[in-house]
Every structure is written in structure tokens, then in C-alpha cells.
Design a protein around this ligand. Structure first.
Ligand code: SF4
Length: 359
């Protein structure tokens, strides 16, 4: 049984759907790219990245053939870099193992790196017209309110029930538009804090609106407080005025990105001692740790860091790739050619603000 509100929702979508660049295409490559970018990022932020990415890699083949570094550079600032690595990997899988043709069903798409149940449903319904649901944070919120759901939506069984409901409510016509309309409604009308119920096109079907419980839905158990770590980084200068940067291992947090080398402070360790230890462990080098250059605070999904960046002088030991993928001596004005995470880009900004700073 399709959703009783499906037609009202589609009518609303037809009247006011924003003209987003990925809405004018049925090309699966472009839809896939937009869905991956939208996984953790707001629409407004995604648009310029999406355009730049397609200019650089207009086809699946172009993306598959590109070096990972070039992909990460274009992703710089968008965060959640595993998305970029998986995108690149998936492009190579489709080109090499699927003769350049994406799997034609949501189930088949889930075999590709970085495509989970939600993204597969979005791509298959939008690109292929498959009658298959999507359930992201926006849709969960809309459904929890429509049904005035008292159960905790972070529980696995409750989520399973919502997937089942989402499947039952799928209309037989225009599944891609219906899914996009639901997400758009969640994003622009059924907002987390101040839902615009009076103007909502489906309020006649909404149990939470009827009961006045909109802002209490969805029920979620409070998040645990995220841990905090102190981290050091070295702005390591050699006597040619170059800085040492290192590329992180391909897998894991910020995998494949470049950084000012350093690492997490251990219990009872001073910041300079941490930095010297990390540089020995990762690159087998000795440095003289100078003054504190800048401090940057940054929040990742599950933890926060305070990054203490020190000016250092390179003393001894040709750098080795013990705990890093690669290293390079770079002039400060050439740093822009490398992709860095947000905290390190803040350090670079501080460096430029001070016109570079020799030891
Ligand atoms: Fe959300 Fe309000 Fe619409 Fe219900 S009526 S779906 S709570 S915006």
C-alpha cells in the first residue's frame, strides 16, 4: 500500500523542487557522485564541489584513471575522506570488473565500495526508477513524526521497522521523485528543531502534528560525550627553507591525506617529547623542537582534538616511511598542491598569515 500522502508530497515537490545540478540528469555516474557527496554534507556546500569534480572527472572512466591524490585534492574541505577513497575505488571496480556499467539494482549497487543501503536505494530509484526505499536521517525524522513514534530510532530493530514501513509506503509511480521529495521535505520543512508544520504539504497525515509532539520526535538516546585528545605536529624546516610533510597511510582516519607529521600525546608525556617520539616512530628523524607556533581545535565525528603545532629544526636522519606512506620537503608556497585535512589547513593558514616562519 503506497503512502497515503504520496500524491500530496509529489505535487508539492513538482511545484517547488529546487533546481539542483544533479536533478537534471538520469546519468548514474552523476547521481552516484551527488549521493555520496550528500551523505554527510549539506546541499549548499556540495554544489560547487560537485561542479568542480565533474569538470575534472566528467566520466566514470576519467575518475577511475585518476591518481587518488588528485581525487583527494578535489575533495579537500568536504570532510569524511573515506567517501573519496571509496568513490575512486568503486570507479575502478566498475570499470575493471563490470565493463564500465554500474549494477542495475539497489542490491547489486551495494556490492560496490562506499555504497550502503541508503545510497543504493537513492541511486536505483532516481537513476533506474526501481521501487526501492531510502532511509536517511531526514526520512527517519519525517516518518517518526508522521507515525508519532515513541520508540528510540537509534535502536536497530526500530530502524528495521522503519525500513519495512518505507518499503510498504513506496508508490508504484515515480519512486525516484518520491524519495527525493521525502528527503527535501525533511531538509526544508520537517526540520529538526522548528518544523514548518502549518505549511507542510502532508500535515493532514501527520500524527505528531495532530498530537502536538513534533519536537519530541524522533526519540533518540543522548549521544555519549566524545573524547578529547591532545595531538602534536611539527613544522619541520630544513636549511633550504623547506617544510617536511608526510602522507598518512591509505586506510583509516584521513587516509591518503598529507599532514605535518606528529601524533597523539601519551599519558604523562610532554608535548615536545611526544613530537620527538612520533617523528622517530613514523619517519626515523631527529628534530630540535622550537616554539609553539599555533594551536588548532578540531572535532571529528567521534572525538575532538587540540593540535599543538611546533616550529622545529631538522637535525638528522634521512626520513623513512615507517609509519607514513610518503614524505616530501616542500616550499611553503607549494603546500597548496597537496591535500590536507582541516586542522592542518588551519595550520597552513596561520603560516601564510605570518608570511612563513623560519626556525
Ligand atoms: Fe513534519 Fe510537521 Fe509535516 Fe509532520 S506536519 S511531517 S512534523 S513538518
Amino acid at each position: 500500500m503506497s503512502a497515503p500522502f504520496a500524491q500530496s508530497l509529489l505535487d508539492w515537490y513538482d511545484q517547488r523542487a529546487a533546481a539542483l545540478p544533479w536533478r537534471s540528469t538520469h546519468e548514474v555516474y552523476r547521481i552516484w557522485l551527488s549521493e555520496v557527496m550528500l551523505q554527510q554534507t549539506q546541499v549548499e556546500t556540495v554544489i560547487p564541489y560537485y561542479d568542480r569534480f565533474l569538470t575534472a572527472f566528467p566520466t566514470l572512466e576519467a575518475l577511475a584513471a585518476a591518481p587518488l591524490d588528485a581525487v583527494l585534492k578535489l575533495w579537500e574541505g568536504l570532510g569524511y575522506y573515506s567517501r573519496a577513497r571509496n568513490l575512486h575505488k568503486a570507479a575502478q571496480v566498475v570499470v575493471n570488473q563490470y565493463q564500465g556499467v554500474f549494477p542495475a539494482t539497489a542490491e547489486g549497487l551495494q556490492a560496490l565500495p562506499g555504497i550502503g543501503r541508503y545510497t543504493a536505494g537513492a541511486i536505483a530509484s532516481i537513476a533506474y526508477g526501481e521501487i526501492t526505499p531510502v532511509l536517511d536521517g531526514n526520512v527517519i525524522r519525517v516518518f517518526a513524526r508522521l507515525t508519532d513514534l515513541e520508540a528510540d530510532v537509534t535502536q536497530g530493530t526500530v530502524k528495521d521497522d522503519l525500513w519495512a514501513l518505507a518499503a510498504r509506503w513506496m508508490p508504484s509511480e515515480r519512486p525516484g521523485d518520491y524519495n527525493q521529495a521525502l528527503m527535501e521535505l525533511g531538509r526544508t520543512v520537517c526540520k529538526p528543531r522548528n518544523p514548518l508544520c502549518e505549511t507542510c504539504p502532508i500535515h493532514a497525515h501527520c500524527a505528531a502534528f495532530e498530537h502536538g509532539t513534533q519536537t519530541e520526535r524522533p526519540v533518540k538516546k543522548p549521544r555519549a560525550v566524545s573524547p578529547h585528545y591532545d595531538v602534536t605536529a611539527g613544522l619541520i624546516w630544513n636549511d633550504q627553507g623547506k617544510l617536511l610533510i608526510a602522507q598518512r597511510p591509505a586506510e583509516g582516519l584521513l587516509g591518503g591525506l598529507w599532514e605535518f607529521p606528529g601524533g597523539k600525546v601519551e599519558a604523562g608525556e610532554s608535548l615536545p617529547a611526544c613530537l620527538q617520539r612520533e617523528l622517530r616512530e613514523e619517519l626515523a628523524i631527529e628534530v630540535e623542537v622550537g616554539q609553539l607556533f599555533t594551536v588548532v581545535r578540531h572535532a571529528f565525528t567521534h572525538f575532538k582534538i587540540t593540535l599543538h603545532a611546533f616550529t622545529c629544526r631538522y637535525v638528522a636522519g634521512p626520513p623513512q616511511t615507517l609509519g607514513v606512506q610518503a614524505w616530501a620537503w616542500v616550499k611553503p608556497d607549494a603546500l597548496a598542491a597537496y591535500s590536507f585535512g582541516k586542522a592542518d589547513r588551519d595550520v597552513i593558514q596561520a603560516l601564510h598569515n605570518r608570511g612563513g616562519m623560519l626556525f
